[in-house]
Design a protein around this ligand. Sequence first.
Ligand SMILES: O=C(O)C(=O)C[C@]1(C(=O)O)C=C[C@@H](O)C=C1
Length: 110
Amino acid sequence: MNNTEDLIREALAEALDLDVVSVDALSPDEISEAIARLRAKIDEIDAEIIEIVKRRIALSKQIQAIRMAHTGRRLEHSRELQIVNAYVEGLGRGGGQLALAVLELSRGRA
Ligand SMILES: O=C(O)C(=O)C[C@]1(C(=O)O)C=C[C@@H](O)C=C1
């Protein structure tokens, strides 16, 4: 049994709430059901991500407004670098793209 097969079996077993799954024994409807259940979980996570990003944007705008009022500068490049590095550390190279997208949502185009 290779790793991919194990992964699929475990995913199906978890999604369908079964102890052991023989993948070959599942009907097309059961496979569709498993995918629908996994997608529902993804939808929940995406909704949470959207809420969290909205909270982040609000905080970022507060900081930007405060700094703008006190220094006349809205952005802080060194802080943005820290953030990009943290995302790369946490998620690998693609994390950097995500950080840039989050930053753009938070402060507009740099
Ligand atoms: O941390 C700050 O100083 C912010 O203004 C927030 C934030 C961000 O969204 O993370 C936004 C703009 C700055 O250039 C740096 C970071």
